[in-house]
Design a protein around this ligand. Structure first.
Ligand code: COA
Length: 260
């Protein structure tokens, strides 16, 4: 039987999504985008899943971009739909009240880099390479890269990367603030799992609201963002987790959050 192009495995609230087209360095074609969209929708509706780790199969690539052989045949309308399909998927990741961590185990190029950027943060193995090489193909990034990268590292470094198409190694990507942590090759998923397990012990409802407050606040004027923060902060005081977290501290015991 053929292996699925997207594999998911959930244990103790943490779901590992593995993009599985290693013969094409996990390049994103339409079928793979559809399969990923289905997995992400299943994750959205599964209340047991709180944290999602996305990685690529094999030791060479996370995702080496959108599938060039498929894109080569596209007309304008098809390319527009392809871009929207990728953007819709990545937007779902950005706006979902669950944590997404990209465990980048090799090349993260084009749509692969954009997928990693849509996650809440990136851990990378020392052999990881990041780049937006679209201009080397006569196109430009189309899955949110022209918007998400400048918001993360500023316009000037983004322009250098996008205009040159050059790749950044893992340590340079860490120095530029793209990657949170660089780890030894072969250990990135374990390292991502470790931080996910630490997060699982915390109030996950609060984490979901913090994610949304950070995301929406970055797109608001500061005054409105600060007011938004206070209102979400106040709302959390009607949760079970706030009562439990604070009682546990005062009673000198570990909090048992129920995410309510
Ligand atoms: N789309 C379609 N196929 C891709 C691909 C992509 N984005 N990236 C890699 N592949 C395929 C190759 O065509 C090759 O297939 P083949 O064995 O049938 O010829 C296979 O994956 C292995 O890639 P290969 O180029 O032989 O590996 P390499 O180690 O020599 O080079 C890369 C690795 C990542 C530098 C190179 O594959 C590359 O530049 N890929 C395209 C990156 C890109 O431009 N992405 C943005 C697209 S918008």
């Amino acid at each position: 039987m053929n292996e699925p192009i997207v594999k998911t495995n959930t244990e103790n609230g943490i779901c590992i999504v593995t993009i599985n087209r290693p013969q094409s360095l996990n390049a994103l074609n339409s079928a793979l985008l559809d399969a990923l969209a289905e997995s992400i929708e299943n994750i959205r509706t599964d209340n047991e899943i709180k944290i999602v780790l996305i990685t690529g199969s094999g030791d060479k690539a996370f995702v080496a971009g959108a599938d060039i052989s498929e894109m080569a045949e596209m007309n304008t309308v098809q390319a527009l739909h392809f871009s929207r399909k990728g953007q819709d998927l990545l937007r779902k990741i950005e706006t979902m009240d669950k944590v997404f961590i990209a465990a980048v185990n090799g090349y993260a190029l084009g749509g692969g880099f954009e997928l990693a950027l849509a996650c809440d943060f990136i851990y990378a193995s020392s052999n990881a390479q990041f780049g937006l090489p679209e201009v080397t193909l006569g196109i430009m990034p189309g899955f949110g890269g022209t918007q998400n990268l400048p918001r993360l590292i500023g316009p000037n470094r983004s322009k250098e990367l996008i205009f040159s198409g050059k790749m950044l190694g893992a340590s340079q990507a860490e120095a530029w603030g793209i990657v949170n942590k660089v780890v030894e090759q072969g250990t990135v998923l374990d390292e991502a799992k470790n931080i996910a397990e630490t997060m699982m012990k915390n109030g996950l409802t609060a984490i979901g609201f913090a994610k949304e407050t950070i995301r929406s606040g970055l797109n608001m004027p500061k005054n409105a963002a600060i007011l938004h923060e206070s209102s979400i902060f106040g709302n959390l005081f009607s949760t079970f987790d706030q009562k439990e977290g604070m009682s546990a501290f005062l009673e000198k015991r570990k909090a048992l959050f129920s995410n309510m």
